[in-house]
Structures are given as structure tokens and as C-alpha cells.
Design a protein around this ligand. Structure first.
Ligand code: SF4
Length: 229
């Protein structure tokens, strides 16, 4: 197991990232796609990504996928979503976490998209985060998966795995996003979210990661890991 040098150079971090990502390709379940990525593969549409990512917050992947499909069938564009009542949206996305708040905010966002953006989802992170309920995680996923622009979406899995493995030494997802941008080639920015989310769900779990099944265990510094299997 490697020791972690918190002051290691960008070049050393890049080598660490290459080694880790090569090993990760062999991890069980990592080739499966997260729900939002599945929807993006079916049709690249920033509106679909926005809706699905919104629904996904603090919600399990299988619940997200089913709820997103139900709502997108009822409201395939911002105008249709703005025309739905909050109750109809709630019924469509139940039982996702915070479904009432999400329904209210989704409807308000749809109205703003129609009124102020001619029903086109903005393509800039700075613009997207001005919508109530949209954080950096949602905005970067819309920009990357919806518009194909190079951006790194850092959610709780990406932040945790990146720190445990010593790729970064950061206190919050925002810092992680910028450090990963410094050490990963641009061509890996979009895909790193899918890889680390799946790896974080299947192997490097929040509580008790399954280190015994991890292809990176021989060199992972396991930063901050207590109990593991
Ligand atoms: S903490 Fe464990 S599961 Fe996570 S990357 Fe390191 S060895 Fe693998």
C-alpha cells in the first residue's frame, strides 16, 4: 500500500490517477451506467439531463430512472412541464426523495426556461446555478452529458473515492472538481463521473468499502477508511 504524500506534484498525481483508473476498469459492475447516463445515451438532450439529475438527488438509481421516464413521458420539453400542476409532477416522480420540493422547483424552472430562455436549457454552469434547486453537481452534468462540453461532475461518490485513493486531498466537492481538472486529461473529464459513481456504489461504498474485491487495493492508501470488508 502506498503512503500518501499530500504535497505530491501534479505530475505524480497524474501518474497515480492513470494507475488507479487502469485498475478500476477491472472492478465489478463499473461498466454499468448510472441512471442519468443511461438516459443521456438514449437521447442527448440537456432538458432530459436536467430533469433526471434533479430527480436523482439523494435518490437511488433505480428509483431515479423509473421516475425520470414517467415524468419525461408526460413532459418531454420545458413547455409541457410548465403546463403540469405541481400535484401531477409529484405523482409522476413519487417516491423520489424530497419529491414535493423537487416538483415545485422543477415546475418553476420549466416556467423560467419558457419565459426567459425560449425553452432552451442554458449551456453554462454559472447560468444554471441561478435556478433554485440547481447546484454545481447538476449544472456540470447538464453541461457535460447534455452538451458534450468538458466538465467534471463531482458528487458524493466522486469526492469520497478521489480522496480515499489519494488522487486529491480536498475538503469539499468544489475543491475536488478543480483538482481533478488539474490532474486528468480533458478527454477523461466527462467519463470520470460515470466511472467513480459506479465504483463508489458497487465497491468503494460509503460505509465499509469492499476492499477485498477492489483491483486497486494493492496500492490504494485507503485514506480515512476505517471498517472495510
Ligand atoms: S478504499 Fe478500498 S475499495 Fe476504495 S479504492 Fe481503496 S482499496 Fe479500493
Amino acid at each position: 500500500m502506498d503512503a500518501v504524500d499530500r504535497t505530491e506534484s501534479v505530475a505524480a498525481s497524474r501518474r497515480r490517477a492513470r494507475r488507479f483508473l487502469r485498475a478500476l476498469a477491472r472492478a465489478p459492475g463499473v461498466s454499468d451506467l448510472p441512471s442519468v447516463s443511461q438516459l443521456a445515451r438514449e437521447k442527448r438532450d440537456p432538458y432530459r439531463i436536467l430533469v433526471a439529475t434533479w430527480i436523482s438527488l439523494r435518490t437511488k438509481d433505480n428509483v431515479t430512472l423509473a421516475a425520470s421516464k414517467r415524468l419525461l413521458a408526460l413532459a418531454p420539453n420545458p413547455k409541457a412541464l410548465a403546463a403540469l400542476s405541481q400535484q401531477k409532477i409529484e405523482r409522476a416522480i413519487y417516491p423520489v426523495a424530497f419529491y414535493r420540493v423537487k416538483s415545485r422547483d422543477l415546475r418553476a424552472a420549466a416556467r423560467r426556461l419558457v419565459d426567459d430562455y425560449n425553452s432552451v436549457v442554458p449551456d453554462r454552469v454559472e447560468e444554471l446555478v441561478t435556478f433554485r434547486g440547481v447546484g454545481r453537481k447538476t449544472a456540470t452534468l447538464v453541461v457535460s452529458l447534455g452538451y458534450g462540453r468538458d466538465a467534471i461532475c463531482v458528487d458524493t461518490h466522486v469526492h469520497r473515492v478521489s480522496n480515499r485513493t489519494g488522487l486529491v486531498h480536498t475538503r469539499n466537492p468544489h475543491q475536488t472538481e478543480f483538482r481533478l481538472m488539474a490532474i486528468l486529461p480533458r478527454g477523461q473529464w466527462i467519463g470520470i463521473n460515470e466511472t467513480l459513481v459506479r465504483f463508489g456504489q458497487k465497491v468503494c461504498r460509503p460505509v465499509s468499502p469492499i476492499c477485498s474485491a477492489c483491483p486497486a487495493r494493492s496500492f490504494c492508501p485507503q485514506v480515512g477508511v476505517g471498517r472495510h470488508r
